[in-house]
Design a binder for this molecule. Structure first.
Ligand code: UT7
Length: 334
């Protein structure tokens, strides 16, 4: 029976740094509020005209992951791309990465599960490897949030949080006994779909109708019931981490590194405290990048790996919660 092993991880973020004081000039907010409520100090925004997009950033992250894995583009069997902010409404960015990497005719799948998107994508890729269908799969999470945020006081509860970037991993089939992805766990509760969503334009309320509203229809900006999302997140994070541990007969103390989706530093700290994890057992970089949704876990994984915080044999736990609501976890023997 095959397992999936992460053999390379990489990330790319635009070099345009937006600090909290930059945001103070655009809206009624403050560095104190943002740091105290979210832990975020700065984030990256794509500069218009730079050529960066979810697909091009995803390709840059993928190239780094492939180089670290020692894998060339023509060895890949499949691409899975997670994002909530695709280059185009359709087609999705998976096919664009395939073209940008110059790969011929392999399948490219797009995953739409927001903050849980990377773990959902990893899980899908893992199933293809377990069945023996594919041997090497590229999994990408990338977002261009800044292109669609309300950068006025009206949108401040969302626009100060989100940032742009991309992360990628190369998965390879392995027959090693105690190596690779041990299990993935996926959940959703669609009754809360509109608590964190971008509703328009949609097929029932298309662009001309929004334009005809004379600026009254703002459904093309994301909206979030922040405190409701927060309360659900702290519970679901814990549940899904315990589910992963129980499935594999592991204890909290067995976790070498928890990489939580970087939603809010207060959420990560709350979960850390409830699970009684030490600072060394939890990786956070939201201070530098904000919430990059599907990109947050692979960016954090790539930085943690670069910093020597993920070593061979380590037990890694990934966990995420977000729009949908969706939540997910993965337990990995590195
Ligand atoms: O990626 C996964 C999904 N996302 C999340 O997990 C995010 C979950 N939610 C959160 O992180 C937090 O709810 C927020 C950071 C979004 C908001 O923090 P909060 O402590 O829940 O604040 P709040 O929404 O209850 O707002 C408190 C006050 C309000 O003012 P009033 O009504 O008390 O006068 C807001 O209008 O803070 C105000 N506020 C701001 N003030 C300054 C909201 N956003 C801002 C802002 N700057 N950017």
């Amino acid at each position: 029976m095959y397992k999936s092993k992460i053999i390379g991880v990489g990330h790319y973020v635009p070099d345009n740094v937006i600090t909290n004081s930059d945001l103070e000039k655009l809206m009624d907010t403050s560095n104190e509020w943002i740091v105290e409520r979210t832990g975020i100090q700065e984030r990256r925004h794509i500069k218009k005209g730079s050529g960066d997009s979810p697909s091009t950033m995803g390709t840059k992250a993928a190239k780094i992951a492939m180089e670290r894995a020692g894998v060339t583009a023509d060895e890949l069997d499949f691409i899975v791309f997670a994002t909530l902010s695709p280059d185009y409404y359709f087609p999705g960015p998976g096919v664009m990465v395939q073209e940008q990497l110059g790969i011929k005719e392999i399948g490219a799948l797009d995953v739409r599960n927001q903050c849980s998107g990377f773990i959902y994508a990893l899980s899908v890729a893992d199933q293809f490897i377990k069945t023996g269908m594919y041997k090497k799969i590229l999994v990408i999470g990338a977002e261009n949030h800044s292109g669609g945020l309300d950068m006025t006081t009206r949108g401040r509860n969302i626009s100060v949080i989100f940032g742009d970037g991309a992360g990628a991993v190369v998965l390879e089939a392995t027959e090693e006994e105690n190596s690779g992805v041990l299990s993935t766990h996926l959940h959703a509760e669609g009754k809360h779909a509109e608590e964190l969503a971008m509703i328009g334009p949609n097929t029932g309320n298309w662009v001309p109708e929004i334009m005809a509203s004379d600026g009254k229809d703002l459904s093309y900006y994301p909206n979030m019931n922040g405190s409701f999302v927060f309360k659900n997140a702290v519970v679901r994070f814990q549940e899904v981490i315990f589910e992963a541990l129980k499935t594999n007969n592991k204890e909290i103390s067995d976790i070498d590194l928890l990489i939580p989706h970087q939603a809010n530093l207060r959420i990560s700290q709350f979960v850390q405290q409830k699970l009684d994890l030490s600072d060394d057992q939890v990786y956070n970089n939201i201070m530098r990048y904000g919430n990059t949704t599907a990109a947050s876990i692979p960016i954090a994984m790539s930085e943690a790996w670069q910093e020597g915080k993920i070593k061979d044999g380590d037990l890694l736990c990934l966990a995420a919660f977000g729009s949908g609501f969706t939540w997910a976890s993965a337990l990995i023997n590195w």
